[in-house]
Design a protein around this ligand. Structure first.
Ligand SMILES: Nc1nc2c(c(=O)[nH]1)N[C@H]1C(S)=C(S)[C@@H](COP(=O)(O)O)O[C@H]1N2
Ligand SMILES: [Mo]
Length: 298
């Protein structure tokens, strides 16, 4: 007889939960819950996926296009030391050693819904910090209106970049107000552990109200620019993927509906739920798009 999947509770390794509690206790309530009340409300009641699910079902095309390829192939990428170039419209452009750059920014946990444009979703307990805290170090100049990001291009370890499936290196961009929004984070961990290579070590973007492709991995360049940058998926198929990529159940992808999503790990039965506008973060971010036609700016 058919046996449904184990429930999440069955397969979540208990030690991660214990570590998580200890971590929260160690950080103190101030850094975990403080600062941004709306954000705390936004993550209340979310049940995270397991470590196994989050780290074995990935999109990271540099390491192959299969969902299990990144976990299998990303292990050889060396992420320490790691350098990040910051350039463009900033007072302090430089090539920074990541360790030193972020050593004085405390990390916190953010449990966010994560919705891929392919209509699957997870809930992920990230560790990281608000991108605005990082940008504050560079002296962003008034002419800067957008932030552009670039992923490492390491042909020796990234077997996927031999294939022209995308135009490498992978790039992404945000409007400056989106980048400065308190929900936008740089993630350096998951479940209190260092972020695995397949999830974008040592530092990747997470923008929870946008489709997953905006959340660019293994970042080596951050550029402050005046013009709206082109992102990799938009470049590959401009009629299918836009710059904004806000999660929107009312605007279908040309080849599939975005009204619902498949919850990874929810099992064989009933694993589909309705997709929420802005992935459930509308209270926090809808104001960023006031007056904009979200069908045109998809
Ligand atoms: N450099 C890079 N970043 C990337 C991708 C990629 O292929 N290369 N895939 C994106 C897509 S489509 C998704 S859904 C998320 C997946 O993140 P996860 O594997 O941590 O769940 O990463 C995004 N960031
Ligand atoms: Mo995605």
């Amino acid at each position: 007889m058919f046996k449904p999947d184990l429930t999440r509770a069955d397969v979540t390794p208990e030690r991660f939960w214990l570590n998580r509690r200890k971590l929260i206790a160690a950080l103190g309530a101030g850094s975990v819950a403080g600062g941004f009340g709306l954000r705390a409300a936004a993550q209340e009641g979310l049940e995270p996926n397991t470590w196994e699910q989050i780290t074995n079902y990935n999109n990271f095309y540099e390491f192959g296009i299969g969902k299990e390829d990144p976990a299998q192939n990303a292990g050889d990428m060396s992420v320490d030391p790691w350098r990040v170039t910051v350039d463009g419209l900033v007072d302090n452009p430089d090539e920074y050693a990541l360790d030193e750059l972020i050593s004085d920014i405390p990390t916190e946990e953010r449990i966010y819904r994560f919705r891929c444009v392919e209509a699957w979703s997870m809930v992920i307990p990230w560790n990281g910090f608000e991108l605005n805290k990082l940008l504050a170090k560079f002296g962003v100049q008034p002419e800067a209106k957008y932030v552009a990001f670039e992923t490492a291009l390491l042909p020796d370890v990234m077997e996927g970049v031999q294939f022209p499936v995308l135009d490498w290196p992978y790039t992404e961009g945000l409007r400056l107000d989106e980048a400065m929004h308190p929900l936008t984070i740089m993630a350096t961990g998951i479940y209190g552990r260092q972020i695995p290579n397949q999830n974008g070590a040592p530092m990747r973007l997470v923008v929870p109200w946008k489709y997953g492709f905006k959340s660019i991995k293994s970042i080596v360049r951050i550029s402050l620019v005046a013009e709206q940058p082109i992102n990799t998926w938009q470049e590959s198929a401009p009629s299918e993927y836009g710059f904004y990529a806000n999660v929107n159940p009312e605007v279908d992808h040309p080849r599939w509906s975005q009204a619902t999503e498949r919850v990874i790990g929810a099992g064989f039965f009933g694993g589909r739920i309705d997709t929420l506008p802005f992935n459930g973060y509308g209270n926090e971010v809808a104001a960023l798009y006031e007056g904009m036609d979200l069908r045109e700016n998809f």
